[in-house]
Each structure stands twice: as C-alpha cells, then as structure tokens.
Design a protein around this ligand. Structure first.
Ligand code: PNW
Length: 596
C-alpha cells in the first residue's frame, strides 16, 4: 500500500491517546498547541505548527491504535451443507391468529393478510460489527478502532472489533446458513478503510477482491446482496486530516469511494444504501476530546455540520449511481420510531413536531420533500450552517428510491417540564436544541406502564413497542410519500440478560425477541392490508455481533455465536421471522444448501 502524506498537525491530541502499549517513539510527538482549520473555524497560526510527514498504513495503526488481536482462522473457509436437524423449528410460544410452523394451529391464519409478490426480506449486519480481521489485507484503521482501543471509559467491557465474528473469513458459511432457511437478502456494509486505507488516495485491490467473493457467494447461494457503503466506520485518516464528516472534503472523498464500489460491483447488487443512520453517527459528534484532531467548530453545532455534508455526499452519490447506469435502488438508511404524544396538550404536540424535525425530518424532508430542512430544525441551523443553494436543493430533493427505516421501537414525547419556550431560549438547557423530552412510560393517569417490555439494560433506548408500528408506517407514508415504498431496513431486539445464559439451548430459546418478531410482522401485515406500501424487511442481526461500545455483552443476533469456537446456532426468533413469510408470503420460501 502506498503511503499517504499527512500534515503533522493531525497529530494534535496524539499525546493523550498514547498508552503503554504504543510503539511510537516519543521524540516525534509534536506539542499539540493548535488545531486544524475546519469549516466555520479558524486557527491562530496554522503554518507555524505544520510539517509534512509520510505515513504508511502500518504507521496509522501503530500511532493511533496499537496492537490488535487476530483470529486462529485467518484464511477463507469454504461452506458445508446445513444438516436438516438444525432446520427444525422450536415448539411454539403462542396460540393466536399466527400459527407457528411446528404445531397444529389453534387458530386459523388471517386470510386478509399477505406480503405482495417481490417483497424482499432478509437479515443485516455491518462490517465493523462482524468482520474482524482488523488489519488483514491492508485495511486501514477507522475511528472505531481508536474509540474501542484507546478511549478510556468508552466501552463497557473493553472489547473491540479486532476478531468479532471473523466473518471476513467465515462469510461463506454465514451466507450458507441463511440460504438454508430460505432467506432472500443479506444486507452488509463495505468497510471504506479496507477499500481506501486512508479514506482517499490509493485503492486496495485485495479488499475489492474480497467483496467480489462475498457478493458472488451470495448470488451462488440464491441470496440477494444489499450493500451499505458507510456504516459508521469512518477511515481514521479522514477524521484526522479534516475532521471527517465535519469537513466539506468528505463529500468528494465519499463520492470517489462510491464510484470505485459502483464501478466494481454495479448491477450485481439490487439494493444500495449510501449511509447508515446519519442521525446516530452525526450525533456521535463531538468525538471524545484528545484522541482525534481538534476542531474549533462549537460542539453543539457539530452534528449539524456532519448532517449538512451527509446530505451533499448522499445526494451526489445518488446522482453518480444513476449516471453510471446502476439499476439497483439507491437510498440512505435512517432511524427512529413513532413519536407518541404523551398527552393531548398543545405543548406536547409542539414537542412531537420538534422531535420529528430534529430526527427523521432532518434527512427525510430534504430528500423526499423540499431539498431543505424542516421548520424547527431550520430555525436552529440557519444561525450557523450555510443555506443550501437552489442548485443544492434540487440536487438533494428526490434522492432516495426507498424510504429505508431502521425502526426498532417507539416512545412518548412531551414538552420539557420548564415548557418549550424556556428551553429554546436557553442554550444551556439539557434538552436544547430539540427541546423535546421523552419517556418510555404512559402517564400515571394512563396506568404508568412501559410502552412494552424492556430490552437488555445495555440498550436502554429499546422497548418492544410493536403496537405502534402500523401507525408509524402510516405516518411515514402520509408525511414523506415515498414513491418506492417503505423498507424496514433494521429491526430487532436485545433479549434481556442473554449474555448471562450459559447453555446454548437456553440462549437459542429467546421468548421476548420471538414475540417481537412475530408481532412486528403482524403489524407490517396490518399496515400493508390498509394500503401502506411496505416493500421489504431486514432483521438485525444475522448473528450476535459487536454492539459498538457495549461490545459482545448486548445481543441482537437471530443466531448465537460462540465467540471462542465461532460456532453459530439458529435462535427460535429466526424461525419466527422466517415463518411469517412461509405463511403470508406470495413468493415461496426456498431453502438452499441443506444436506440430505
Ligand atoms: C442500529 N435508537 O443503531 C445500528 O445500525 C446497528 O449498527 C446497531 O447494532 C443496532 O441498531 C442495534 O443497536 C441504532 O436509539 C442505535 O433508536 C440507536 C437507535 C436505533 C438504532
């Protein structure tokens, strides 16, 4: 891999990210007295503290991450057929209008429900959460390698993505295992810093060859690949040279990355996603102090500078795909949930609208409606962000073929105790700038219950709230009118305390996650039967994986993974999910690669 020329000022803050494991000789640490200039910011005397430095990928690892672990298996493993005994569904948990696959139904199927022909459904993952092989075949570090290796107190159990599910080498069997259940789609992300170890500059052919084989293996097993270009694993070099998503340079770097990927895999991929959940990764700014290059952009503004560049990068990439003749759909994945007004007060109604504007509306209004931000958000960001030009607005508007929503849960929204006005006029109010408060519980007058059972305590944001899914789908349909329909591109549940179970057979039986999938599928069927155009679903996740700063303690897999042996096992919830399509699908569910 060719080296990259970097400015020494990117090393500002490096001293703080040193630890005893770092091999960096202390003599080359600069005095971190200044910051790199970014949009909207200035520095006192940038030239005085800048010099050129040539870095190889290995230097990036050594300087900023330190040693990484490797797996015992470090070459690609071929697939073996799935034994039929693994494909027998569990005994049912429910007796309802939704019979399980195994037992004699106690009630008959709801004949007014149907998934239309062509409905696409599958399971999802993301590169950093499953691949492992952190340094293999020239991968450059991403910000997540630094966050999990270096940042004190960032993780709950000091776990990293170094090895994860080792899917970088085990993908053939992972694809075979879903094919054996008849799953139609595998949605995964490409690691930007594998393809461009520095985020820009030289392209890594080994990474492109790897994803060639992942995509070809999907096709060979009758599984359609769905590919996300960016699932939070920002190449570290881009964060350190210009602040990552805070810098306008990211727009062209992202488009250049997309161009290489589209050029290579083009029409083998029927569904493309540009970025995953910008609401989440933009709200991850500001990154922790001291580990990345400093920026002078005020912390409160940073998420919105990120969002601004995301909208430009996404829309340019959308137009690039069309100009390259890509015939798959191109969308971004957003996230959130139905915002239930806690009471019928007019203040709570305003809080709900503010919450839509600062969440889904942030990216959906520009791309589906107007090319610009929704009202309450615009009132805030117009104080510092540049106004989109007319040309930019028309470039942004109409750039999502599908409304792709990662819709795990819903919650109640209400005005802050102090009232909305007292918050919007006080920049140090804890709820500023959205000024919408949230709760998971009904009011005492309404019984005080939670909206539904809680997930694992490591996902405190997540409750089973499937009752609200039909209304939510209706709201999306009525508000953003997506012409290509709505896809639920992630949904899933962290079974409480699953990490504490010791027996595989106990782990495989996951009752709340199973009820979540069953009732979520019922909710979608209800919405479809009432005319909402839902076109696909992707369960999160294909396997237990690295749940970011919760490590491997918080489990979302519909398959269990033994992290010592890397053995996989189907959980009961996976059968529940697949059963929905067996019972209510128009298209057959066809298993592939089962041993006789
Ligand atoms: C998604 N929320 O993140 C991500 O795309 C996955 O990488 C992650 O593993 C999965 O959900 C489970 O956490 C979300 O607060 C994070 O509503 C937070 C929310 C939703 C999705």
């Amino acid at each position: 891999m060719k080296p990259s020329l970097l400015s020494l000022s990117m090393l500002a803050g490096l001293a703080a990210c040193q630890n005893s494991s770092s091999p960096l000789p202390t003599t080359i640490i600069p005095t971190p007295t200044t910051a790199t200039a970014l949009s909207g910011s200035t520095v006192a005397n940038p030239a005085a503290f800048t010099t050129a430095l040539t870095l190889h990928v290995e230097d990036l690892w050594n300087l900023f991450v330190g040693p990484v672990s490797t797996a015992a298996v470090n070459t690609t493993v071929s697939a073996t057929p799935i034994p039929t005994h693994e494909l027998i569904p569990p005994p049912g948990l429910f007796y309802s209008s939704f019979p399980s696959g195994q037992q004699i139904p106690m009630a008959s199927k709801n004949e007014s429900w149907k998934f239309p022909a062509g409905f696409w459904w599958g399971v999802a993952s993301a590169a950093y959460q499953v691949e492992g092989a952190a340094k293999a075949e020239g991968r450059g570090p991403s910000i997540w390698d630094v966050l999990l290796h270096r940042v004190t107190g960032y993780t709950v159990a000091n776990q990293t993505g170094d090895v994860a599910d080792n899917q970088y080498y085990l993908y053939k069997q992972d694809i075979a295992r879903i094919a054996a259940l008849g799953v139609k789609t595998y949605s995964f992300s490409i690691s930007w810093s594998r393809v461009f170890p520095f985020g820009n500059g030289p392209v890594n052919g080994l990474a492109l060859a790897h994803y060639d084989d992942v995509i070809n293996t999907c096709i060979e097993f009758g599984v359609e690949p769905a590919v996300t270009l960016y699932h939070w694993d920002l190449p570290l070099n881009l964060q350190n040279t210009y602040g990552g998503w805070l810098g306008p340079q990211i727009v062209d770097d992202f488009v250049a990355y997309a161009k290489v990927v589209f050029g290579r895999y083009g029409n083998k991929v029927p569904r493309w996603f540009t970025v995953n959940e910008p609401i989440v990764f933009c709200n991850n700014y500001p990154l922790p102090d001291h580990y990345f290059t400093n920026t002078l952009i005020p912390k409160i503004q940073q998420p919105f500078w990120c969002g601004h560049h995301v909208l430009l990068a996404h829309s340019k990439t959308y137009h690039l795909a069309k100009s390259m003749g890509i015939n798959g759909t191109v969308s971004f994945k957003t996230n959130g949930g139905y915002k239930i007004p806690l009471t019928n007060s007019s203040e709570d109604a305003v809080a709900v609208q503010r919450a839509w504007d600062f969440n889904e509306g942030w990216f959906a209004n520009p791309t589906f409606l107007t090319g610009d931000y929704p009202k309450y958000l615009k009132d805030f960001v117009s104080g510092f962000l540049p106004e989109f030009t007319d040309e930019e607005k028309s470039m942004i508007n109409g750039t999502s073929d599908v409304y792709a929503h990662d819709a795990y849960t819903s919650q109640f929204y209400m005005a802050p105790d102090s009232g909305i006005q007292a918050c919007t006029s006080n920049t140090s109010h804890p709820l500023y700038p959205s000024c919408a408060n949230t709760t998971y519980s009904y009011t005492t007058a309404d019984g005080g219950w939670n909206v539904g059972p809680a997930a694992d305590p490591l996902s405190p944001w997540l409750h089973k709230a499937t009752d609200w899914v039909p209304l939510f789908l209706r709201y999306i349909h009525d508000t953003w009118h997506p012409s290509g329909g709505i896809a639920i591109t992630e949904f899933g549940f962290a079974e409480p305390f699953e990490v504490l179970k010791t027996l595989k057979a106990d782990i495989q039986f996951d009752p709340i996650r199973s009820s979540y999938y069953r009732e979520y599928m019922e909710a979608i069927l209800m919405a479809i039967s009432e005319g909402v155009n839902v076109v696909g679903t992707l369960a999160w996740s294909i396997v237990d994986n690295l749940e970011w700063n919760s490590g491997y303690q918080d489990k979302f897999g519909v398959q269990y993974v033994n992290l010592t042996t890397q053995e996989r096992a189907y959980k009961a919830s996976f059968f529940e999910y697949v059963n929905a399509f067996k019972l209510y699908g128009t298209d057959p569910v066809t298993p592939h690669f089962v041993s006789s």
